[in-house]
Ligand binder design. Sequence first.
Ligand code: IPE
Ligand code: IPE
Ligand code: MG
Length: 224
Amino acid sequence: MNPLNHVAIIMDGNGRWGQKYKNSRNAGHKAGLNTVEKIIKETIKQKIKFLTLYAFSTENWKRPKKEVNYLFNLLETFLTSKVDELHKQNIKLKIIGLKKFSKRLNKLLNLSEKKTSKNKRLQLNLALNYGSKTELLNAFKSLKNNKEKINEVNLKKYLQTKNIPDPDLLIRTGNTKRLSNFLLWQLAYSEIFFEKKLWPEFSENDYNIIIKKYRNIKRNFGKI
Ligand code: IPE
Ligand code: IPE
Ligand code: MG
């Protein structure tokens, strides 16, 4: 049985779900939040130590302003109302991505990270304004500026995921098979599951089915 230390999820399909059932993409984003809460709880139940959720990519800025604003308002409301609960549940929140938001949101994110920084049960990484290509380019620039040798150990120090083990398992919901600029370096040896269901309809049971399949895979890492 494979150990499972880190699950990463591309939470895709909110817009399509919202359009289909509520005639509004934004309603899908709201519904997706319920799945976020369910999956966090189940991750804790399964004693997994790291969960990384792709919430907003560097490319998602290309969406209509109305949708982008809705997403960030949703995030702000969620964090404001839930950070105490996350803290009580012993969850450490970490933002990966470039924190270049409104002053108010930056402050809220920093405070939430600070408040939960000593928590140990689960580290919840929220990928926000995250893009793997930018992350790698910035890491190489830092190596160059500091005149450091280009090797794996040094490069990792400058990734947003510094001190976070690589994901063992990547799940993408929403019936699409691509990585969309997510953790390109870190996913080098992850087991990847593409799930047909849209994020708002993804359940604990679906999650556990994938986890069970993952546990039984023969992971080679190049060996035999
Ligand atoms: C993922 O759902 C959430 C974000 C990118 C913020 P989408 O909004 O991409 O949903 P679809 O893929 O359009 O259905
Ligand atoms: C990936 O989903 C980003 C997030 C889930 C935050 P997208 O819906 O943005 O991906 P593409 O554009 O379909 O590749
Ligand atoms: Mg999508």
